[in-house]
Design a protein around this ligand. Structure first.
Ligand SMILES: Cc1ncc(C[n+]2csc(CCOP(=O)(O)OP(=O)(O)O)c2C)c(N)n1
Length: 635
C-alpha cells in the first residue's frame, strides 16, 4: 500500500514520521503526473511545490492555520493532500473539482483564487481579522516570483510590514512566470540566489555579534546592533523585504523537505511579519517539464514516458493565433504599432510578434493596470499600442482604462482574448463582463467580430483611425472560417452593421460569436414558419443608428444576442436606444446573454448550451418571443 492511500487529510500526514515524507513527496508527484497526463491541466507549477506543500501541511495545523495559495494553479498537490485525491481526475470538468481554489470546495482552501497576486493582501486581512476577533492561528501566504512582480503584492507588503503582527509570506521562486519572469524584481531575486557567499558570512557575523555584547555590556550591545544593521545591509539578500518590515529567511532549498520543515518550525516560533524565500524548479521531477517549464505550465493529455501529446488534428486555427499573425502584419505596415502583453505572451500569441518585432514588444509582467497606463503614455507620443489582455484580467485595469485612456481620448486599442465563456478555467477566467464594462466607458468604441477576418479588419481600422480608445473581443475558440492575408480582407465601414439574412417577423441583433449561432437559429425556426432577420452588430458602440431604426420599425420583435453578462450588456443598451426612438408601435424587445451569476467551469460548448447560447437555445428564445409578440399584435 502506498503512503498516499493512508492520507485522507493533513492530519494523517502529520501522523507520519518525518523520515517518511520524502516518500510522500515522490508519491504525490507521481499521482499528479498520472492524473494530468490522462486528463490535462496545470502541470509544472504543482510539481515545483511538492516539497513545499508537504512541508507546509506537515508543520502547520491546517485548516486551523490558514494557507493562502496565490493564483491556485499550483494547488493540485494541496488538493491531493486535503481529501480530494480520489476526485482529482475530475478537475476542470463540469461538476468536478475546480481548476483553482474555492472556499466552497474545501475548508483547506482558505481563500479563493484564479487571478494572480491576491494572496498577500488576503492573508494580511485574515491575520488582522484574526487579531481583531481574538483568535490565534498562523496565516501563510504562498506567492510565486511571477506574481511578486505585480503591484498588488507590494501594496500588501507595504501595508503589512512594520506592524509587528504575526504573518508569514513564502516566496516560491522558480524564476518563471508562465513565460520567463520579467522585470527588475526578477533580476534582483536572481542576484540574491546566485550570491553563494552571503548566507555563511551572514550567519557567522550574527553569531560573533550576538556573543560579544554579554562580555562588553550595553555600549557594545548598541554598537553591535548598529554593526549588525550595517553588515545586514551589505549581506542580507532580502534587503528589500527587510526594509519593508519583514524578517527575511532564506533562501532555502525548496526541494529539501527536511530543510523546509526545520525552517517552517523555526518561523512558526518567530514574531512579526516574516518572508521565507524558497528556491524551487518549475516542473521538478518530470524531465521534459524541467527542461521546458514554459511549454509545461499547462498541458493537454500526454504520454508519461515520452512526454508527447496526441498529434493535433489540424482544422481551423484559434482566434489567438490569427490575432498574433495579424498583429505582425499590422506592424509591418505601420511602424508606430506596438504590442503589450501582461505576462501572457503565448496565451495572446504576442510571442509571435516578439520574434518579428522585438523592439516593439513589451511584456510588463503580471501588471495589467500598469500595462494600460503605460500604453496611454505611449499613445501621447503618437505610438499606436495594441494591448493584448484576456477579458477577465483586464478587469484589473478598469480605472486605468477609464482615467488614463478614455478620459484623455487616447487611441489605445484593447485586444481582449478569452471573451465570453473561457471553458475549463471556470468563473475566474470567463470573460463575461467586458461588454458591460466597456459599454459604460464614454468615448470607447466597442466592437465584436463575427469571425477571424472581421477581427483583423476591426483591428486594422482601430489603428488607422486613432481617434480614441477601441476594444475588440474574441473568444477562446477556433475561428469559424479560413482567414485570408490581411491585405485581402475587405475594409469594414466604421460603425456599421451588416444584414446577413432577411425575414419579416423577428430581428436578431447578434454580436461577435453569436452571429453565426443566430444564423443557425434562424434556420431552425424558419422550418416552423418564423422568419428572422439576422444582423451582425459588429459595432456595439457607437452603433449603426440608421439600421437600428429601420429594424425596429420593420419587425414586431427584436432579440439581442451576446456572449456577455446580460445585466448592463448590449441588450440593455439596445432596449434603451429602441425606447428612445419613440416609435408609434414599438417592437417587443428581449435580450439573451450570460445569466447574472458566476458560471461554473466546464467545456465551452457544454456551458453555452447550458445558458441557452447555442443555436437551439437561441431558437427557443425566438419562438417564445415571436409567440408573445404575435399575441400582443393588434387584431
Ligand atoms: C491577474 C492575472 N494575470 C495573469 C494571470 C495568468 N497567470 C496564471 S499563472 C501565471 C504565472 C504565475 O507565475 P508565478 O507566480 O511565478 O507562479 P509559477 O507558475 O511560477 O509557480 C500567470 C501569468 C493570472 N492568473 N492572473
Amino acid at each position: 500500500m502506498s503512503l498516499l492511500d493512508g492520507i485522507g487529510s493533513p492530519e494523517d500526514l502529520r501522523r507520519l514520521e518525518h523520515e517518511s515524507l520524502k516518500r510522500v513527496v515522490e508519491e504525490v508527484r507521481e499521482r499528479h503526473i498520472d492524473v494530468v497526463s490522462e486528463k490535462g491541466g496545470h502541470f509544472g507549477a504543482s510539481l515545483g511545490v511538492a516539497e513545499l506543500t508537504v512541508a507546509l501541511h506537515y508543520v502547520f495545523d491546517t485548516p486551523r492555520d490558514q494557507l493562502v495559495w496565490d493564483t491556485g494553479h499550483q494547488a493540485y498537490i494541496h488538493k491531493i493532500l486535503t481529501g480530494r485525491n480520489a476526485r482529482l481526475p475530475t478537475i476542470r470538468t463540469r461538476g468536478g473539482l475546480a481548476p483553482f481554489l474555492r472556499r466552497d470546495e474545501s475548508e483547506y482552501d482558505a481563500f479563493g483564487a484564479g487571478h494572480a497576486a491576491t494572496s498577500i493582501s488576503a492573508a494580511w486581512g485574515m491575520a488582522v481579522g484574526r487579531d481583531l476577533t481574538g483568535q490565534s492561528f498562523e496565516v501563510v501566504a504562498i506567492i510565486g516570483d511571477g506574481a511578486m512582480g505585480c503591484g498588488l503584492a507590494y501594496e500588501a507588503l507595504n501595508n503589512a510590514g512594520h506592524t509587528g503582527r504575526d504573518f508569514i509570506v513564502v516566496l516560491n521562486d522558480n524564476d518563471m512566470s508562465i513565460a520567463p519572469a520579467v522585470g527588475a524584481m526578477n533580476k534582483y531575486l536572481t542576484g540574491v540566489i546566485t550570491n553563494p557567499a552571503y548566507n555563511k558570512v551572514r550567519g557567522l557575523v550574527r553569531e560573533i555579534l550576538h556573543r560579544t555584547p554579554t562580555a562588553f555590556g550595553d555600549v557594545m550591545e548598541e554598537v553591535a546592533v548598529k554593526l549588525e544593521e550595517s553588515v545586514k545591509h551589505m549581506l542580507t539578500p532580502g534587503l528589500i523585504f527587510e526594509e519593508l518590515g519583514f524578517r527575511y529567511v532564506g533562501p532555502v532549498d525548496g526541494h529539501d523537505v527536511d530543510q523546509l520543515i526545520e525552517t517552517f518550525r523555526r518561523v512558526k516560533e518567530m514574531k512579526g511579519p516574516i518572508l521565507v524565500h524558497a528556491i524551487t524548479q518549475k516542473g521538478k521531477g518530470f524531465t521534459p517539464a524541467e527542461d521546458d517549464p514554459w511549454t509545461w505550465h499547462a498541458s493537454g493529455p500526454f504520454d508519461k514516458v515520452t512526454g508527447k501529446g496526441p498529434k493535433s488534428s489540424g482544422g481551423l486555427p484559434r482566434y489567438q493565433k490569427v490575432f498574433g499573425k495579424g498583429l505582425i502584419e499590422l506592424a509591418d505596415a505601420d511602424p508606430r504599432v506596438v504590442a503589450i502583453t501582461a505576462a501572457m505572451p503565448d496565451g495572446t500569441s504576442t510571442d509571435m510578434f516578439q520574434k518579428a518585432h522585438p523592439d516593439r514588444y513589451f511584456d510588463v509582467g503580471i501588471a495589467e493596470g500598469h500595462g494600460v497606463t503605460f500604453a496611454a503614455g505611449l499613445a501621447t507620443q503618437g505610438v499606436k499600442p495594441i494591448v493584448a489582455i484576456y477579458s477577465t484580467f483586464l478587469q484589473r485595469a478598469y480605472d486605468n482604462i477609464v482615467h488614463d485612456v478614455a478620459l484623455q481620448g487616447l487611441p489605445v486599442v484593447f485586444g481582449m482574448d478569452r471573451a465570453g465563456i473561457a471553458g475549463e478555467d471556470g468563473p475566474t477566467h470567463h470573460g463575461a463582463l467586458d461588454i458591460a464594462y466597456m459599454l459604460a466607458v464614454p468615448g470607447m468604441t466597442v466592437t465584436a467580430p463575427k469571425d477571424g477576418a472581421e477581427m483583423l479588419a476591426l483591428l486594422r481600422l482601430a489603428t488607422q483611425r486613432a481617434d480614441g480608445p477601441w476594444s475588440v473581443r474574441w473568444p477562446r475558440a477556433a475561428v469559424p472560417a479560413e482567414v485570408p492575408h490581411l491585405s485581402e480582407i475587405p475594409d469594414v465601414e466604421p460603425y456599421t452593421w451588416e444584414i446577413l439574412r432577411n425575414g419579416g417577423d423577428c430581428v436578431l441583433l447578434a454580436t461577435g460569436t453569436m452571429v453565426l449561432s443566430s444564423l443557425e437559429a434562424a434556420d431552425i425556426v424558419a422550418l416552423e414558419g418564423i422568419r428572422c432577420t439576422v444582423v451582425n452588430c459588429r459595432f456595439l458602440k457607437p452603433y449603426d443608428r440608421d439600421m437600428l431604426e429601420e429594424m425596429a420599425r420593420s419587425h414586431h420583435a427584436v432579440l439581442t444576442v451576446e456572449e456577455g453578462q446580460i445585466t448592463n450588456g448590449f441588450g440593455a443598451f439596445m432596449a434603451r436606444e429602441i425606447d428612445a426612438l419613440d416609435l408609434a408601435s414599438p417592437p417587443r424587445v428581449a435580450a439573451l446573454g450570460l445569466p447574472d451569476e458566476f458560471i461554473a467551469h466546464g467545456s465551452r460548448e457544454g456551458l453555452l448550451v447550458e445558458v441557452g447560447l447555442d443555436p437551439a437555445g437561441i431558437a427557443d428564445r425566438v419562438r417564445r418571443l415571436s409567440r408573445r409578440a404575435a399575441e400582443l399584435e393588434p387584431a
